[in-house]
Design a protein around this ligand. Sequence first.
Ligand code: ADP
Ligand code: MG
Length: 258
Amino acid sequence: MAIIKKFRIKSFKKNETLLELKNISKSFGDRKILENISLKVNRGEILGLLGPNGAGKSTIFNLITGLIKPEYGKILFGTKDATEFPIYMRTKEFKIGYVPQYGGYFSDLTAYENLKAIAQILIKDQREQNSKIEYLISKFELDYVRNIKSSYLSGGQKKKLVIALALLGDPKILLLDECFAALDVLTIQMLQKIIVNLQTEERIGIIICDHQARDLLSCVDVAMILSNCKIIAQGTPKELVNNIEARNAYFGDTFKIN
Ligand SMILES: Nc1ncnc2c1ncn2[C@@H]1O[C@H](COP(=O)(O)OP(=O)(O)O)[C@@H](O)[C@H]1O
Ligand SMILES: [Mg+2]
């Protein structure tokens, strides 16, 4: 945890809000999933969203990308009300990048072909397409697997590829859904460094969700815990771990961070 924390920057507080969810409620049929959820992400801030399986974390991402609509509440991009905006507008105009928990790439295409396919949609100029692709291949050390069919890549390489695909559109906000799941410790550390680097170098806002606290809390600035449709606690990782409600409902008695 300490290694990751060193890279963190604290200046996001002074900066503009990129994304805001205001009093969002969402049900599926009679089942309430989210009730009166509000959150904000500033430029250059990494926000962690924790909660047990089924708490509604991916639902929040689906609301942000526009895959589903809330029954109540507003979604703001900057100061613009984006609640009714279609998916393509959120991606292209408001620059939301999304890394889903599973998939997110064409498994029959090579790493390079995946990048090329998405670049052709998002970037007009061919030279710009190529330079962006080469920049991302080098940034994520994918050169030695560029011509390998994506289905044969390791879990970590796949994740790096999908993050690279999301970055082709120069997102202002990047959503990472359970990006550490099913990866080994070293790969998780590599991804944490990549995420913190994105914050520092690209100054984008990032939301990461996970059902496990430890890996997530090592690389976020602030986090919130979602449980029983509500945000039951929020704050810095340290504040959260010491929050009595969070301990009772989520961390348990023995959970510690370094
Ligand atoms: N499109 C949908 N239709 C019906 N129920 C859904 C749909 N999407 C999610 N759910 C339900 O909403 C709850 C929250 O799901 P999800 O947001 O995926 O949880 P998490 O990502 O926190 O594990 C789950 O009980 C899930 O079954
Ligand atoms: Mg999920």
